[in-house]
Structures are given as structure tokens and as C-alpha cells.
Ligand binder design. Structure first.
Ligand SMILES: Nc1nc2c(c(=O)[nH]1)N(C=O)[C@@H](CNc1ccc(C(=O)N[C@@H](CCC(=O)O)C(=O)O)cc1)CN2
Ligand SMILES: Nc1nc2c(ncn2[C@@H]2O[C@H](COP(=O)(O)OP(=O)(O)OP(=O)(O)O)[C@@H](O)[C@H]2O)c(=O)[nH]1
Length: 466
């Protein structure tokens, strides 16, 4: 470990709280902490064991700033791998600022965003994908995104990649050794075994790449477009799903002109509902812009809810059927749920008329009342059925990070080139080049290969103090 300057930052959120934690990390962290701390038992912090907690006061010259608890971590046994001191003070913003300013005068500097975790990475405490998972963990707000981040932080993903990388590295060295004996025409690398390894790597890469489809939506929320004519109850449904009054419910048709997005967690999965203006034909300029937007939103959505008023269906059923067919034709692969609203005011005959006319449309049909909250739970379950939670349940590795996804795609491409090279008896030096490129992509994920620009990009997105 090189002699690192000592960095300081507030580890808890800014603002007042019961307690705030100020963290210092670096070679001189404990000495600096000691210089501002007066232990009630006259302890010298520099002489304390690692992972110990001490009560005392923070003093600025003779002025006592606060009564605090101080914890001591001795490098390499700390989060950052460096000497670390944490001061738990009373959570007044004034106290926080006074202590931080005092520490800055004593030789610390303010930490950059993510610098504690960057140091943990540089000191080998975490690999790069684990460090990135720390940021995901902090921003996770539902069960699924939390589970994935937690798994990644504990090294599930990097272990898998690191193992493949090591096996591949083995073959790379053997193939490269062959190059040194080019005249003799020897083969150190068993071609059958090598082929078997490449197949295995290809299989794992494909699985990881596929998992990104799930991972990405889990991280960002699954977009669901709610489409329907004005006044069918989109806003009421959204409110029923969100269980709070967010969208504007009104008696006037066409009030949902703009798209409103809202998030809701169902069964541990985040959904993003996109309330659209519907696809009713219109001459109104403002509304036709809304209709164009509706199609754009369907495009982006993973699931579409086509919502209509059950009473209106009785008058113009063929128009509804043709609209539904229009959506089905335009987006044949997009899951579509037909939701008939206002069931509470429909007669049994009307219900059976709707069912008969719509049951053969190759879409899920649900009759609900958004207002009376009838059938809303069924709709939630239906939405959940579109999420492939199999991988989640089985605790398989799920890729959520675009950077990793990108490297996995490139690695797969290289592995396939290597396979092709073997099959077509390409010369070893060319095969070796492709293997090196695949290894490089694996290394980018785990951080075995990195550079300042890459690290800068990653850690700049962290919060200060992490
Ligand atoms: N107060 C506090 N809470 C925190 C953190 C922290 O830094 N401080 N963390 C940080 O963000 C997370 C916990 N992560 C941590 C990871 C490693 C070590 C650590 O001391 N590791 C040592 C020794 C382990 C032992 O002997 O018990 C090591 O790895 O050698 C501490 C915290 C969440 N909670
Ligand atoms: N009886 C009954 N009325 C409902 C139901 N759902 C919505 N409504 C009423 O239908 C009217 C329109 O509801 P909104 O939720 O504003 O409809 P919208 O589709 O968002 O309308 P726009 O914003 O105009 O597109 C309101 O008066 C609601 O109270 C329902 O299940 N049953």
C-alpha cells in the first residue's frame, strides 16, 4: 500500500439527523483522528486495536465540539484497506461542518465521489464489478434490484468471470508457447479440451448476455404503457395501482394529454407505468400529438394494457375490436392485456357480450373496476407473469450493468472467432490474438484491466462519502 493522503467525508446523508458519521481514510487517518479526539479514558487512538470503539470528545484547540464515538480500523483490515477512523457525532449540520473543517485543517482533504470505494478497489478489497454493485445496492429500492446488487457485491458475477478468465489464460499461454516452437510444429494445447472450454465459455457468456434483458428492466423498472380512449379511467386505474392520488382524475374527456410516468413495486419488481393519451382518431392538433406519443410509448413499453370503458363497448364494439387488432398487427410480439373497466356498472349480459367478442383476440382479457378496485390484484398478477423471475429465484447471475453487457458481447464475439479459427486451422498466432482480446474484455469487467478514464467514469457516479 502506498502512502495515501487522508480523505474525509460525511458518510451519512447531508442534513440533520440523530447521528452523523464522518469517515477518514488514509495512512495518517488514525493519527489525525487522534489529534482531535480526547478520550474519556485518556486512550491514544494510535495504540488501539483494529475494530474498536471509543467514547470521548472532539476538541478544536480547547473548544469541545461534541461528544462522540470513534471507531478505529487498521489497514489493511478496513473497508478501504487503509487506516480508517469513523467519528459518530450528533447529527447537527453545524457539528458535522465544524468537525469536517477541523479535520481539513489537520491535514485531510475532502474525498471525491466514490473515492472510499475506489480505494477499496485499488487496494484489492473489491474487484471492479463488486465496487459497481455497491452503487447499485445504495440505489436499489425493491427486492429484485436489491437481490441482484447484493449478489454482485458478494462476488457472484466476478467469480464466474474470473474462473473462465483463468482457464482461458491457461490455454492462451499454451498456444503462445507453441509459437516459440513454430518450426517444430508441436501442439501443447489439447485441441479437444480447448474446444470444450470454448463451448463452455460461449454457453456462460450467452446466458449472461441473455440475463441482461431481465437485469436491465429490473434495474430500471419494467415499462408498461396504458393505452385507451380518453375518459376510460386510465388515471383512476393508475391511482388504484399506485394506491395514491398522483395522476389527475377528471370528468372531462382527453385531460390526460401528456404522458405521466409513475413507478410501482409489485411482487418485489419495479414497474414504470406510462399513462398515454390513447389512440382515438382526432382532428385536434394537441391530441394528435398525444396519439403519436402513444405509439412511441407502446414502442418503448414491454407490456401494453389496452383499457376501455365497458359501457362504451356496447355501442361501438367493432371499433374497439379493430383498435385492438391494430395494436396487435403493429406490435405482434408485445404482450397485450385487454382491460375492460367500469365492471361495477355493467350488467351480466354486457359482460358476456364483451367476453364473447374479445376472447379470441390472442390477448389476456380482464374485467375490472378501477374505481371500486375490483380485479386490480388480478391485473398486478398478470403483469408479474411477464417478468421472468426464474433466474432471480434460482439466484443465477443477472447482468444489470451496460458496461458489463458490452464487454460480454465483445468477449462472445472473440470466443466465436477463436472457435472458428480452431475449426479452420487458422495459425496459432492469429488465434492467440483473439484469445487475448477476449481476456481483455473479461479483465475490463473485473477490473484486472483498467485505466484512469474507466475508473473516473465509474466512480464519478457514486455519491460523496461512499
Ligand atoms: N460504520 C460503517 N458501516 C458500514 C460500512 C462502513 O465503512 N462503516 N460499510 C462500508 O461501506 C459497509 C460495510 N462494509 C464493510 C466492509 C469491510 C469492513 C472491514 O472492516 N473489513 C476488514 C475486517 C473485517 C473483520 O475483521 O471483521 C477486512 O476486510 O479486512 C468494514 C465494513 C456498510 N456499513
Ligand atoms: N363507474 C366507474 N367509473 C369509473 C371507473 N374508473 C373510472 N371511472 C370514472 O371515469 C371518469 C374518467 O376517469 P379518468 O381516470 O379520469 O379517465 P382517463 O382515462 O384518465 O381520462 P383522460 O385523462 O381524459 O384520458 C371519472 O369520472 C372516473 O371516476 C370505474 O371502474 N367505474
Amino acid at each position: 500500500m502506498i502512502n495515501q493522503d487522508s480523505i474525509v467525508a460525511l458518510a451519512t446523508p447531508s442534513g440533520a439527523g440523530a447521528i452523523a458519521i464522518i469517515r477518514i481514510s488514509g495512512s495518517d487517518a488514525i493519527a489525525i483522528g487522534n489529534s482531535v479526539f480526547k478520550s474519556i479514558k485518556n486512550k491514544d487512538l494510535t495504540k488501539q486495536k483494529t475494530h474498536t470503539l471509543h467514547l470521548g470528545h472532539i476538541v478544536d484547540d480547547s473548544k469541545t465540539l461534541d461528544e462522540v464515538l470513534v471507531s478505529v480500523f487498521k489497514g489493511p483490515n478496513s473497508y478501504t484497506g487503509e487506516n480508517t477512523v469513523e467519528i459518530s457525532c450528533h447529527g447537527s449540520t453545524y457539528i458535522q461542518q465544524q468537525i469536517i473543517q477541523l479535520l481539513l485543517r489537520k491535514g485531510c482533504r475532502m474525498a471525491d465521489a466514490g473515492e472510499f470505494t475506489l480505494r477499496a478497489f485499488l487496494n484489492g478489497k473489491l474487484d471492479l464489478s463488486q465496487a459497481e454493485a455497491v452503487a447499485d445496492l445504495i440505489s436499489s429500492d425493491n427486492e429484485a434490484s436489491h437481490q441482484i446488487a447484493m449478489q454482485q457485491m458478494r462476488g457472484g458475477f466476478s467469480n464466474e468471470i474470473a474462473k473462465l478468465r483463468e482457464e482461458l489464460l491457461n490455454f492462451a499461454s499454451l498456444i503462445e508457447l507453441e509459437l516459440d516452437f513454430a518450426e517444430e510444429d508441436v501442439e501443447f494445447a489439447d485441441r479437444t479440451q480447448f474446444h470444450e472450454l470454448l463451448n463452455r465459455i460461449e454457453f456462460v457468456l450467452k446466458r449472461l448476455i441473455d440475463s441482461f434483458a431481465v437485469g436491465n428492466v429490473i434495474k430500471n423498472g419494467i415499462p408498461v404503457a396504458i393505452v385507451g380512449e380518453p375518459n376510460v379511467g386510465k388515471s383512476t386505474l393508475l391511482n388504484a395501482l399506485l394506491n395514491e392520488e398522483r395522476a389527475i382524475v377528471s370528468e372531462i374527456a382527453g385531460t390526460t394529454r401528456d404522458t405521466i410516468e409513475d413507478e410501482l413495486v409489485i411482487g418485489g419488481i419495479g414497474f414504470r407505468f406510462i399513462d398515454t393519451a390513447g389512440i382515438r382518431e382526432t382532428k385536434d392538433v394537441v391530441e394528435s400529438i398525444g396519439i403519436k406519443k402513444t405509439f412511441e410509448k407502446i414502442e418503448q413499453a414491454q407490456v401494453v394494457i389496452y383499457l376501455f370503458d365497458g359501457l362504451k363497448f356496447q355501442i361501438s364494439s367493432s371499433e374497439f375490436v379493430s383498435e385492438i387488432e391494430q395494436i396487435k398487427n403493429k406490435y405482434p410480439l408485445k404482450p397485450l392485456i385487454i382491460v375492460v373497466n367500469k365492471k361495477d356498472i355493467l350488467s351480466a349480459d354486457e359482460v358476456s357480450n364483451i367476453t364473447t367478442k374479445l376472447e379470441n383476440l390472442n390477448a389476456k382479457l380482464l374485467l375490472i373496476s378501477a374505481k371500486e378496485k375490483i380485479g386490480v390484484e388480478d391485473l398486478k398478477n398478470e403483469l408479474l407473469s411477464f417478468v421472468n423471475t426464474g433466474a432471480l429465484r434460482n439466484n443465477e447471475t443477472i447482468v444489470t450493468n451496460t458496461r458489463h453487457y458490452d464487454s460480454l458481447l465483445k468477449a462472445l464475439d472473440e470466443i466465436q472467432k477463436v472457435k472458428f479459427g480452431l475449426e479452420t486451422n487458422l495459425s496459432s498466432d492469429l488465434i492467440a490474438l483473439d484469445i487475448r482480446e477476449a481476456l481483455y474484455q473479461f479483465g475490463l469487467i473485473t477490473g484486472q484491466v483498467s485505466n484512469d478514464e474507466l475508473l473516473g467514469n465509474i466512480f464519478a457516479n457514486f455519491c460523496i462519502g461512499k
